[in-house]
Design a protein around this ligand. Structure first.
Ligand SMILES: *[C@@H]1O[C@H](CO)[C@@H](O)[C@H](O)[C@H]1NC(C)=O
Ligand SMILES: *[C@@H]1O[C@H](CO)[C@@H](O)[C@H](O)[C@H]1NC(C)=O
Ligand SMILES: *[C@@H]1O[C@H](CO)[C@@H](O)[C@H](O)[C@H]1NC(C)=O
Length: 241
């Protein structure tokens, strides 16, 4: 008899638990936000909060509480990586993060308890602004007024897109990668070659200027020339002679 009752309670427990979990899943909505590191960010749900909630909690992952508000007490900010740069807005339960850092990437939960637990999930993706690219001259070869050019665009971020431009606009899609390799003729020569690097939220560019067909004129940023030795050595030899 005892074991039957116990079993029955266990079943009821499981049933309640699964009901709770299902209702939480049904009520939780998912949002994604992509932001630049260093900016100020507000995490907020679009629905209105239940009035007179017993408690409002923001968590980073399901383990780390960031801030918790319980009725008629000041919000408690937990000792976490967020301390001193987060603020809970008591009106709408928005969480302000100022400024957001690369390490804040991840999933946030807003948990509101009134009669039942209600939970929302927001995933935050933090991108760094792309660094300034450097254009590296790998090879320049001139013959018969044509110019063979191999330029590489170097940037300390593996997750960027590259876009090369000349005077008249962007190069065709099939040439778009970190290294630009082209032969220009007197008909399609260009005075400038620009490499633009970008991610979803930011972009930067650097430009090399040429006197056609093949003479480097100037650059807007720091330019590494792997071939400067090739240029320098003959010059020094000529000077010595
Ligand atoms: C971000 O918030 C801080 C603190 O409130 C403020 O000093 C700073 O100017 C804000 N930055 C931006 C880009 O809004
Ligand atoms: C320039 O024109 C030549 C011949 O029409 C072509 O082979 C070459 O790919 C062109 N180069 C660029 C940079 O458009
Ligand atoms: C390069 O960047 C500057 C400002 O940073 C912008 O005005 C310009 O349009 C960009 N050029 C290209 C070709 O993307």
């Amino acid at each position: 008899m005892y074991s039957i009752r116990r079993n029955w309670f266990l079943t009821l427990d499981l049933l309640l638990l699964s009901l709770l979990v299902t209702s939480m899943q049904a009520e939780s909505s998912e949002l994604e936000k992509i932001v630049l590191s260093g900016s100020n960010v507000t995490l907020q749900i679009s629905e209105s909060l239940p009035e007179n909630a017993t408690s409002v909690t923001w968590l980073y992952t399901i383990k780390q509480k960031i801030v918790e508000y319980e009725k008629s007490r000041p919000p408690k900010y937990f000792d976490s990586a967020f301390k001193d740069r987060v603020k809970l807005d008591l009106q709408n339960a928005a969480l302000h993060i100022y400024p957001v850092r690369k390490g804040d990437n991840g999933t946030y939960y807003l948990r509101v308890i009134k009669d039942a637990i209600k939970q929302w999930k927001i995933s935050l993706k933090v991108l760094d602004p792309v660094p300034m690219p450097i254009i590296n001259i790998e090879k320049i070869e001139e013959s018969d007024g044509n110019c063979y050019l191999k330029l590489s665009c170097v940037v300390e971020d593996p997750f960027v897109d590259y876009l090369w431009y000349k005077d008249s606009g962007p190069f065709p899609m099939e040439l778009q990668r970190s290294t630009l390799e082209v032969t220009v003729t007197p008909h399609n020569q260009s005075k400038s070659y620009t490499c633009q690097v970008s991610n979803l939220l930011s972009s930067k560019n650097n430009t090399l200027y040429f006197t056609p067909p093949c003479t480097l004129a100037r650059s807007t940023g720091v330019t590494w020339m792997t071939n400067w030795l090739l240029v320098m050595v003959p010059t020094i030899l000529v000077l010595l002679i």
